[in-house]
Design a protein around this ligand. Structure first.
Ligand code: ADP
Length: 452
């Protein structure tokens, strides 16, 4: 495999050489064309001057007959010596009356071309003949052109080779820098593959590699967080399963050994633990589905009053036992929400259960609702101890339990609020918590209004 470094440097050199070849070719074509123009311009000027010199001669003689003798004579001879090209003179009817020679014998086609390209000889505004200067291009001019072209070409080739050398050095330098940065990415990717998720690459600058670096670091950061979450989850699940399992095992072993009798209380407490375990497992399963966006939802029109009543009625006795007041303050005319009734009731029950659990006797728990921006917000406010500010941003995390919850015998698994959040967000809503002065906590969740 040829390295990127070599490839880039080579392509710089190739570009310089191709540019050189194209420039030399174009320059050669342009020079040849310009020289051609110059020569035909010169010939045209010569023909004009000859036409001007021949017009008075014709006016005097009235015929072209003696022209050959005239130009062949001493004066004409001189003239022809000054004009080394082939000079041709045609009369008014297009017949060749003079040919200085120095070219192939004239054919009718050549005669026609000379007449077309030649310069008319005018006497009193009448065309009496045509003079043309043709072929037999000065060897000197062509030699000059060849010398000029050759020197331009060699200058360009030298320049091109120098440019290629500079391009090679520059290309090698730039390619070295780029491939050096890419090597860092390669090593970092290899480290990630080897499960070293803490590795990061430099991301300063504003070019594509810096953008790649930022994307890479973001990916590594996310991977690291997911890995941490996975480890925590395994640790938390293990921890949560251990207690009920060891209670069950201990109880069953005691029964087996005959240490305790299989009284209805013992059996019922063991059954409670088994139930707790199965709740835990099904909660985790639902939570996983919700977070992965695969929670099956039965969305439909849900009346908020019925929803609140459905969540409150199973909890009324528990609230009474704890000497808590449950108040529902729903405004009249609330629109229905678009939701999964069973899951939304579960959300409300999780929040209410917490409020009942954490509010001391004599407290009040209020359910309220309001509508705005196409959403209905349902809130549960208690006048319990509230939530520590440091804990507020963690309480929706899986297995998170506040210090207070941990120290209480009835503290749950720390899944209630994360399930509430999972269910609400799966339905396109949002949920949050805040403390309310002078004391107490408020949990609010919003769901979209059912469209008509
Ligand atoms: P848990 O099973 O511990 O109740 P949750 O996920 O339902 O788990 O709640 C997470 C934590 O949020 C609780 O441990 C508690 O610290 C705090 N919390 C929830 N609701 C309230 C409330 N109404 N008042 C005070 N703290 C609360």
């Amino acid at each position: 495999m040829r390295s990127l470094h070599a490839k880039l440097a080579l392509s710089f050199v190739v570009v310089a050489l191709v540019a050189m070849v194209i420039t030399v070719g174009v320059a050669q074509l342009v020079i040849a064309a310009r020289f051609g123009d110059f020569l035909s311009g010169t010939r045209q000027a010569q023909a004009e001057r000859l036409a001007q010199a021949l017009a008075p001669w014709y006016r005097d003689t009235g015929t072209w007959e003696g022209l050959r003798i005239q130009l062949g004579g001493p004066g004409g001879h001189m003239m022809m010596r000054r004009w080394p090209e082939r000079v041709l003179v045609m009369d008014a009817r297009g017949r060749l009356v003079f040919d200085s020679g120095g070219g192939p014998p004239p054919t009718p086609a050549m005669l026609e071309r000379w007449l077309r390209q030649g310069q008319p000889i005018l006497v009193d505004g009448r065309t009496v003949g045509t003079v043309a200067v043709q072929g037999a291009v000065e060897a000197g001019m062509r030699t000059l052109e060849a010398i000029f072209t050759r020197s331009v070409r060699s200058a360009m080739i030298t320049g091109g080779l120098l440019a290629a050398a500079v391009a090679a050095v520059l290309g090698a330098y730039l390619a070295g820098r780029i491939s050096g940065r890419l090597r860092i990415f390669q090593q970092a990717a290899a480290s990630i593959a080897g499960r070293d998720l803490a590795v990061r690459v430099p991301e300063d600058g504003d070019d594509e590699l810096a953008a790649l670096g930022r994307a890479f670091n973001l990916m590594a950061g996310n991977l690291q967080e997911s890995e941490k979450a996975r480890r925590n989850l395994v640790a938390d699940v293990t921890h949560e399963l251990r207690t009920p399992l060891s209670i069950l095992r201990g109880g069953l072993e005691s029964l087996q050994d005959g240490v305790i009798a299989a009284s209805p209380e013992v059996v019922s407490s063991l059954a409670d633990e088994a139930l707790r375990l199965s709740h835990l497992v099904s909660d985790l399963q639902d939570l996983n589905l919700a977070e992965a966006g695969h929670l099956p939802l039965d969305l439909g029109r849900v009346d908020v009053g019925e929803l609140v009543e459905g969540a409150l009625s199973p909890l009324r006795i528990e609230a009474q036992l704890r000497m808590l007041r449950l108040e529902s303050r729903l405004p009249s005319g609330l629109p229905a929400v678009q939701a999964d009734a069973r899951r939304t009731q579960q959300v409300l029950m999780n929040i209410l259960t917490n409020a009942i659990k954490y509010t001391p006797a004599g407290g009040t728990i209020t359910i309220a609702a309001r509508v705005g921006a196409g959403r209905v917000a349902i809130s549960v406010t208690d006048d319990g101890p509230g939530i520590d500010t440091g804990e507020l941003r963690h309480i929706f995390n899986r297995f998170y339990r506040g210090d207070r919850a941990r120290s209480r015998a009835e503290g749950g698994t720390g899944l209630g609020l994360s399930i509430a959040r999972g269910y609400v967000e799966a339905q396109g809503g949002s949920i949050w918590a805040e403390n309310v002065p002078p004391r107490g906590a408020r949990f609010t969740f919003e769901l979209p209004v059912q469209p008509d």
